[in-house]
Design a protein around this ligand. Structure first.
Ligand code: FAD
Ligand code: NAP
Length: 531
C-alpha cells in the first residue's frame, strides 16, 4: 500500500449528509475522520446542479439543518424557496462555521472500498491510487447524484455544446442560440421555464408529460420569518413526526368524502398557494393511495393545462393520462412557457428520437432539428447509482453489485448484511421525504451506533440477513399500499434501461421511520450482530 494513513472513519460525500456526519463523529466523539468528495467543492447536489432555474421545492424554513439553534436564527430567509446558489452558500457557510474543510479532501473520487477480514478494517482506494484504512465507512453518496445520459444513437457526434443538468458548468450563454432540452422531469421543467426567455429558439423533446402545479415562490414578509424563527422547536417536532416532512400537516380527509364542488375548491386553493407536496398531501389524504382520489387530482391539473396553454394541440400533448404518482412537481410557469412563439414541444413518445446528429436531433419522422446546444435533463441513476460505480466488497470479497443483483436492499436504509461497519446515508429503502430531516435522522442514528460499538469495545457491527430481508419485505408491502409503483419513474428504478424495477424507499413516512429506529435501539439494536 502506497499510503497507509488510518482513520477511525472515512466518509464519502460532502453534501448535507457527509458534512453533518463529519461534525458528529469528529466533534462529538473525537474520532479521526476524513471526508472524500470527487467534487471541487462542498455541497453535493447543490455543487453539481447549477443549471438555470435550479430551486428547491421544499420551503426554505425546512430545507436546512435543524440541529444548530443559533444557525437557524441567523439563517437568511427572504423567499419562500431557496435557489441553488442560496443553498450552496448555506452549505459552504456550514463548512466554514464548523471548520469542516480541513478534514474534507475534495477532487478525490473513491473507486474501491474493501473490508479486510483479518484486520477488521476497510481499505479505501481513491481514483488516483492512494489507499487509506478505516474502522468505519459512511457512504453519503447522494440518491440523485449519478447522472443518467441516455445512450441515444449518435450521442457523441453532436458538434454543438451539450450539458447534463447535474454536471452544469459556470458561464453557459444562451442568447441567440437554438437549444434543445431532452427530459421534462422536475429538472427539465425548471430549466425549460428559466431559459425559454433567453434563447433564440427552444425545442423540448418530451417523452412523458408531467402533472405540475405552481411552486408559489416569492418574497416572504418579516412577520413570516419572525413567526418561523419563534416556532422552530414546534416546527421541527412536527416535521420529524410527519409523513413527508415538508413542514405542513398532511390532510386526514379523503377526497371522495367531500362534494365535487368542495373538492375543486380545495384543489384551487392549493393551486393558488403553491407547492407540489402540498398539492398531493395537504389537500386530501388519499391522492397517493386511492385511484378515484388520484383521478380527481389528475382531472383538476389537466383542466388547468387546458386553461393555460393557448394551442389546444400543444395542451393535449402536455396532458398526462397516467397516474399522478411520481414525486410531485411544481413550477414557475412551466405550461405557460409553451405559449411563447420561440418554444416548440415535440412528443417523442409518438415520434421518437431516432438519433443525435452532428447538427442536432433527428426524430423518427426524418426531421432533423438543428441545435446549437443540447441539454440532457434526463435525470439520475438514482439511489444505488453511485454505489455500483464503486468496487465495494464486504465479507469474503462479496461485491455490493452481487449483493444487490435482484435490486438494492438494506436494513433500515443504512446497513447491509456482510458489510460490517459500513453505513449508508440515504441508502436504498430509506424514507421518501423532504430529505434534510431524514438525513439528520440517519446521521444521528449512525453516530450513536458507532459510539455503541466503540463503547462496548467491539470490532464490528452489521445487520443479520434476516433483518435485512424483513426490512425489504416491509418496504415492499408499504409501497404496495400506494399508487407509486404503478407510475414509471426513478423512484422504482424504471427510468434506466435494464435497472431493477423494485422498491427503493420506505414510504411510511419520517415519523414512522423514527419510531422504528427508536424501537430497534431500545431493544438493544435488534437485528444487529456485534462482534
Ligand atoms: P448529495 O448532496 O448528492 O452529495 C453526495 C456527494 O457524494 C456528491 O458531492 C458526490 O460528488 C459525492 N460522491 C458520490 N460518489 C462519490 C465517489 N465515488 N467518490 C467521491 N465522492 C463521491 N431534496 C429535497 O428534499 N427537497 C428538494 O427540494 C430537493 N431538490 C433537489 C433538486 C435537485 C436538482 C436534485 C438533483 C436533488 C434535489 N433534492 C431535493 C435531493 C437532494 O439530493 C437532497 O435533498 C440532498 O441534497 C442530498 O444530500 P446528500 O448529502 O445525501 O447527497
Ligand atoms: P427525472 O424525473 O428522472 O426526469 C428525467 C426526464 O428525462 C424524464 O422526462 C424522462 O422521460 C426523460 N428521459 C430520460 N431518458 C430519456 C430518453 N432516452 N429519451 C427521452 N427522454 C428521456 O429526473 P429529474 O428531472 O432530474 O428529477 C429527478 C429528481 O430530482 C426529482 O424527482 C426530484 O426528487 C429531484 N429534483 C427536484 C427538484 C426540485 O424542484 N426541488 C428539481 C430537480 C430535481 P420519462 O419520464 O419518459 O422517463
Amino acid at each position: 500500500m502506497k499510503n497507509t494513513t488510518h482513520f477511525d472513519a472515512i466518509i464519502i460525500g460532502a453534501g448535507f449528509g457527509g458534512m453533518y456526519m463529519l461534525k458528529k463523529l469528529r466533534d462529538e466523539q473525537g474520532l479521526k475522520v476524513r471526508v472524500f468528495d470527487k467534487a471541487g467543492g462542498v455541497g453535493g447536489t447543490w455543487y453539481w446542479n447549477r443549471y438555470p432555474g435550479a430551486l428547491s421545492d421544499t420551503e426554505s424554513f425546512v430545507y436546512c439543518y435543524s440541529w444548530d439553534k443559533a444557525l437557524l436564527q441567523e439563517m437568511q430567509i427572504t423567499t419562500r424557496y431557496l435557489t441553488q446558489p442560496q443553498i450552496l452558500s448555506y452549505l459552504e457557510h456550514v463548512a466554514d462555521r464548523y471548520k469542516l474543510r480541513p478534514d474534507i479532501q475534495l477532487n478525490t473520487g473513491i473507486s474501491a472500498a474493501h473490508f479486510n477480514e483479518s484486520t477488521k478494517t476497510w481499505e479505501v482506494t481513491t481514483d488516483t491510487g492512494e489507499t487509506y484504512t478505516a474502522k468505519f465507512i459512511v457512504t453519503a453518496l447522494g440518491l440523485l447524484s449519478a447522472t443518467n445520459i441516455p445512450n441515444i444513437k449518435g450521442r457523441d457526434s453532436f458538434q454543438g455544446e451539450w450539458y447534463h443538468t447535474g454536471n452544469w458548468p459556470e458561464g453557459v450563454e444562451f442568447e441567440g442560440k437554438r437549444v434543445g432540452v431532452i427530459g421534462t422531469g422536475s429538472t427539465g421543467t425548471q430549466v425549460i421555464t428559466a431559459i425559454a426567455p433567453k434563447v433564440e429558439h427552444l425545442t423540448v423533446f418530451q417523452r412523458s408529460p408531467q402533472y405540475s402545479v405552481p411552486v408559489g415562490n416569492g418574497p416572504v414578509t418579516a412577520d413570516y420569518v419572525a413567526d418561523v424563527k419563534k416556532n422552530y422547536d414546534e416546527i421541527w417536532e412536527q416535521v420529524k413526526g410527519s409523513v413527508v416532512a415538508f413542514g405542513f400537516k398532511e390532510s386526514t380527509v379523503s377526497a371522495m368524502s367531500v362534494s365535487e364542488e368542495e373538492r375543486k375548491a380545495v384543489f384551487q386553493k392549493a393551486w393558488e398557494n403553491g407547492g407540489g407536496f402540498r398539492f398531493m398531501f395537504e389537500t386530501f389524504c388519499d391522492i397517493a393511495t386511492d385511484e378515484q382520489a388520484n383521478l380527481a387530482a389528475q382531472d383538476f391539473i389537466r383542466s388547468k393545462i387546458a386553461e393555460i396553454v393557448k394551442d389546444p394541440e400543444v395542451a393535449r400533448k402536455l396532458m398526462p393520462q397516467d397516474l399522478y404518482a411520481k414525486r410531485p412537481l411544481c413550477d414557475s410557469g412551466y405550461y405557460a412557457t409553451y405559449n411563447r412563439p420561440n418554444v416548440k414541444l415535440l412528443d417523442v413518445k409518438a415520434n421518437p428520437i431516432a438519433e443525435i446528429t452532428p447538427k442536432g436531433v433527428r426524430t423518427a419522422d426524418g426531421v432533423e432539428h438543428e441545435l446549437d446546444m443540447l441539454i440532457f435533463a434526463t435525470g439520475f441513476d438514482a439511489v444505488d447509482g453511485n454505489y455500483t460505480k464503486i468496487d465495494i466488497r464486504g465479507r469474503n470479497g462479496l461485491s455490493i453489485k452481487d449483493h444487490w443483483k435482484s435490486g438494492p436492499t438494506s436494513y433500515l436504509g443504512m446497513t447491509n448484511a456482510n458489510y460490517p461497519n459500513m453505513f449508508m446515508v440515504l441508502g436504498p429503502n430509506g424514507p421518501f421525504t423532504n430529505l434534510p430531516p431524514s438525513i439528520e435522522t440517519q446521521v444521528e442514528w449512525i453516530s450513536e451506533l458507532i459510539s455503541e460499538v466503540n463503547a462496548k469495545d467491539m470490532s464490528t457491527v452489521e445487520p443479520t440477513k434476516s433483518a435485512e430481508a424483513s426490512w425489504t419485505k416491509t418496504c415492499q408491502e408499504i409501497a404496495g399500499m400506494t399508487l407509486f409503483p404503478k407510475a414509471e419513474s426513478w423512484i422504482f428504478g424504471a427510468n434506466i434501461p435494464g435497472k431493477s424495477n423494485t422498491v427503493y424507499f420506505y414510504m411510511a413516512g419520517l415519523g414512522a421511520y423514527r419510531q422504528q429506529l427508536a424501537t430497534v435501539k431500545s431493544e438493544g439494536y435488534q437485528g444487529f450482530l456485534f462482534q
